[in-house]
Design a protein around this ligand. Structure first.
Ligand code: AMP
Length: 417
């Protein structure tokens, strides 16, 4: 379960590219949106400030800022096959077009979305423009490779997030790395007043190296947008799997929680609190391994205690609901909620009569574990969903818990089954 901190960027991407190639995953068609009852909702360009939504189930969950969670885009079917790289994508202006396979990997069909985006917004100027002038080639201790949009062949859309789209892309240069390119519109970031949050998310993620955390390989910007080169999660979104299955088996849940606990343990060792753990923020790698993919609410916590209300209502711990200061122990509570949701198909404090009722149940730690859940799993849930933060089972103990150890195999950090 050791962190993969020594792997270089190019090695990591190369391995991933090869793995995708070997598995032919990139050529698989993806389920069309609309077929799942676990639907992410279209995002709003603003992050409203108050808790106004009604009851938030996985199908229509909002975070506590009131912003709706990301919506996945229409994903076209992609043909597979082995052929040399020939692309009909224009070099200087990558308009929509079909890309050809390279090394047996298809990145799919580009829909022209980066050019035709409905609201690319005005050019951002002044101090905020400086804050958002994010370029990994210049930010490190020594200069690294410079990237721009023309460095990539753009493939199929992978999804749509709060501030823009995500595409499967391949570098034009050898060895044709595959990554997920996330585009963020600067004007929307500024409009929402989250420049600092976005900068923080990028700063946090660029320093993280863990097999269960999506790697940020690099980033660059143009006048209106910021682009993040992210590790490509070949098996997509975990919440879609949860939606498809209703709930997960004990084995599958245990393996995901094992990987999650390991990733959180790594984050906490770096003084990073995640604060927004939920199925929507989790992706799956090509071997089915869990990957934390969103750092929008993360904070560096060098010993300080914070009071900001954030995260998803169903995953909020009592200390946040009650407006008290909170620490990294919020992630332990959320791990308990996640364990429950994997096994039962719904979060433990979900309430049909609205958010306030959910908050009340959270504050009273009012939940019941169904009898279909094994005694070991129930024990872990009950040790994590504890009112007093310091009494929650520490991650080192989670990793040794009988329900976790029982299902761990040598390859368990690599895949779900
Ligand atoms: P986000 O803006 O992070 O919410 O991303 C929007 C959507 O894009 C997600 O819901 C995923 O479907 C997809 N996506 C984001 N990052 C990746 C990634 N690294 N690999 C594959 N798909 C991704």
């Amino acid at each position: 379960m050791a962190s993969n901190s020594t792997t270089s960027t190019s090695q990591a991407v190369e391995t991933l590219t090869k793995q995708i190639s070997d598995m032919g995953l990139a050529s698989k068609s993806t389920r069309q949106p609309g077929t799942s009852h676990h639907q992410k909702q279209p995002s709003q360009s603003k992050l409203p400030t108050k808790l106004t939504a009604g009851n938030a189930s996985l199908k229509d969950r909002t975070n506590t800022s009131g912003s709706t969670v990301a919506k996945h885009a229409n994903v076209p079917h992609v043909k597979s096959g082995l052929s040399k790289q020939i692309t009909v994508v224009n070099e200087s202006n990558p308009k929509s077009g079909t890309t050809k396979d390279v090394n047996g990997v298809s990145i799919g069909t580009y829909d022209g979305g980066l050019e035709s985006d409905e609201n690319p917004g005005p050019v951002v100027e002044g101090e905020v423009a400086e804050a958002l002038a994010l370029d990994s080639s210049k930010l490190g201790e020594r200069p690294t490779r410079e990237w721009n949009l023309h460095s990539f062949e753009i493939g199929r859309p992978l999804g749509k997030g709060k501030f823009g789209r995500v595409y499967m892309v391949r570098t034009k240069c050898e060895p044709h790395y595959i990554t997920a390119l996330k585009c963020l519109h600067k004007s929307e970031i500024v409009e929402s007043g989250v420049e600092k949050q976005v900068r923080r998310e990028i700063e946090i993620q660029r320093n993280l190296r863990h097999p269960n955390i999506i790697r940020l390989y690099g980033f660059f910007h143009d006048e209106k947008r910021i682009f993040l080169m992210l590790e490509f999660a070949g098996k997509g979104e975990l919440y879609k799997q949860l939606s498809k299955c209703g709930k997960f088996s004990e084995k599958r849940s245990s393996r995901y929680i094992d990987q999650m606990a390991d990733a959180l343990s790594y984050l906490h060792s770096k003084h990073v609190i995640h604060r927004d753990i939920k199925p929507e923020n989790l992706l799956l790698g090509i071997n089915g391994e869990l990957k934390i993919g969103d750092f929008g609410w993360s904070v560096h916590a060098p010993g300080n205690r914070r009071k900001t209300l954030c995260g998803t209502p169903d995953y909020l711990p009592p200390e946040m609901v009650l407006g008290k200061t909170h620490s990294e122990k919020v992630d332990l509570w959320a791990l308990g909620v996640l364990t429950y949701e994997f096994l039962c198909g719904a979060p433990p404090f979900e309430c049909s009569s609205g958010l306030n009722a959910t908050y009340k149940r959270i504050a009273k730690v009012d939940f019941r574990v169904p009898s279909s859940v094994s005694p070991e799993a129930k024990d872990l849930i009950e040790r994590l969903l504890v009112f007093v933060p310091d009494r929650r089972l520490p991650l080192t103990e989670v990793l040794k818990h009988p329900w976790i150890v029982k299902y761990r195999s040598r390859s368990s950090s690599k895949g779900e089954s």
